[in-house]
Ligand binder design. Sequence first.
Ligand SMILES: NC(=O)c1ccc[n+]([C@@H]2O[C@H](COP(=O)([O-])OP(=O)(O)OC[C@H]3O[C@@H](n4cnc5c(N)ncnc54)[C@H](OP(=O)(O)O)[C@@H]3O)[C@@H](O)[C@H]2O)c1
Length: 511
Amino acid sequence: IDIATMAGSEYTSVYSVKDFYRNKSIFITGATGCVGKVLVEKLLRSCPDIKNIYLLMRPKKGQNVQERLQELLNEPLFEKLRRDSPGELTKIIPVAGDITEPELGISIDDQNTLIRSVSIVFHSAATVKFDEALKISVTINMLGTKRLVQLCNRMHNVEAFIHVSTAYCNCDRTDVVEEIYSVEPEPDQVIALTEWMDDKMFKELTPNLIASRPNTYTFTKALTERMLQQERGSLPVAIVRPSIVLSSYKEPVAGWVGNRNGPTGFIIAAGKGFLRTMLCDENNVVDLVPVDIVINLMICAAWRIATQRTDTIPIYNCCTGQQNPITWKRFIDLSISTYCRLHPMDNVLWYPNVRCHSSARINKLCVTLQHTLPAYIVDTFARLKCSQPIMVRLQTKLSKATKSFDYFRTKQWNFRDDNVRRLDEQLSPEDRETFTFDVKQIDWPSYLEHYILGIRQFLLKESPDTLPAARSRITKLYWLRKTVQLVVLIIVLCVLLALLYFVLRISRLIV
Ligand SMILES: NC(=O)c1ccc[n+]([C@@H]2O[C@H](COP(=O)([O-])OP(=O)(O)OC[C@H]3O[C@@H](n4cnc5c(N)ncnc54)[C@H](OP(=O)(O)O)[C@@H]3O)[C@@H](O)[C@H]2O)c1
C-alpha cells in the first residue's frame, strides 16, 4: 500500500517515524557491538510504543545470552533508561544464535517466533577486523547475511531490512556514489570456495581475490551488498554505509564510545604517549561520523523503505566529508594536541604529541627513532630493575595495528550523500529533532572534546576524580620534554661546532 504522498521535494507519510514503530517487533543482529547497543537504547527511549526487540546473541566467554543481556543492560549507556523508564528494558528478548551456523544457529521455536512477529530487521553483526582470514570474513559477513535474508524471506510481515555496510567497501574508487557496484568475482563463487577450499589455499588465494582492495573486510562487505542485490527477493532492503564510526554526538550522552576500533586505538596510544609518529597525509579529509547519527539514519531508513517501497535498494552513505569535512591535521590537533593534554589519561608515559608524515621512508625512520629505540631503552632499564620488559612487545603490536590503517590515512574519498540529504528533507520537524542525522550541526572542537573525555570514562574506565593528578603529571612531562629537547639541541650544536672546528683545522693544515 502506498501510504506516502509527494509534495514538491517534501515527502509526507501518514506515519511519523515514531508512530511507524508503534506495536512493531524488531530483530537486531550485532546488538552487543558499538553500533547495535546505541541502536537498541535509542529505539527503546525514543519509540516507547515498540512491542519487542529480539536480539541475536551468541554465548561468549562462558556467558549464556541471558547473562550477556544483563551485562549489556548494566552498561552506563543504558543508565538513562534504567533510571527513567526501566519497563522499556523488559521488551528486550535475547535469541541465542550465531550467524556462522546454518539457520543462524537459532532454535526452531525461536525461528517460529521471529517469523510470526518481526516486521523490522537491523543487520549490524559483522567481523570488522581488517586483516581477518578471508574464509572467516566470508563466513561471517557474507554467509551470515545470506542466512539472515533466508530467514527474513520466511517472515510473514517484513517491512524493512536495514543492512549496515561500510562507505569503504568501494575504497578502490575515489568517488563513491550511493549505488551498488559490481564486484569480481560474483558473491556465490566466493561463498562456494568456503565449502571445499582449505584454510591454507584460501590464504594463498586471498591477494588475488581481494585484488585492488586493501583488506578482506572491505572486500567481503562489497560482495555482501552485491549479494543482497541478487538475493533479496521481495525483501524491502536498504543499506546504510557509515564511514568511520566514532563516539556519540549527543545521545544518550555526548562522548559515549564503545570500542577501540579505528582511530580510537591510535588516540589512546597517542594519549598515553606511546604513539609519536604516523604515516598520514594530514591534509586529507578523515571521514568521521558519530554513532548516534548512524543509528538515527538507520531508524529513518527503515521508516522510509517501509512507507515508500522502491524497486531498487536505497543506499545511504552516512558520512561527513561532503557536508562538514575535517582534515586529519585538524582531527589530530584537536584530539591529541589539545584535548589529550587538557584532559589527560591516567599514567601517561610521554607528553602527547603526534607528527604525521606522508613519506613512508621518513615515517619509518621516525618510528625507529621515536618508537623502537626508546622502547628498547625502557625495556633495558626494566630488566636492570628486575621488572617485566613490555615496551618492545607493545610497540610491535602498535606498529601492526597502525600499518593496517596506512591505506586509509594516505587516501581520500568523496562519498556522495544525496540520498541522506533527501531523506532528511522528508522528515517532519519533530522527527528531525528526535532522529537527527544532519552532520552539518557537528561542532568538531566540542565533539572531539567529549570524545576524549568519553574514551577516558567509558573505555579506559578512568574516573574524572583522577583528572587533577593526570594534569599535574602532564605538566611535569611537558617540562621533561622541553628539557630533553634542550639537551638534544645542545648536543646537536656541540656536534656541529666540533665538526666546524675539525673542518677549519683541516683546511688550515691544507693551506
Ligand atoms: N565501527 C565502525 O567504524 C564501522 C564503520 C563502518 C561500518 N561499520 C559496520 O557497522 C556494523 C557494526 O559495527 P560495530 O562497530 O558495532 O562492530 P563491533 O563493535 O565489532 O560489533 C560487531 C557485532 O557483531 C556481532 N557478531 C560478530 N560475529 C558474530 C556471529 N558469528 N554471530 C552473531 N553475532 C556476531 C558481535 O557479537 P559478539 O559481541 O558476540 O562478538 C557484535 O555484536 C558492522 O556491520 C560494520 O561493518 C562499522
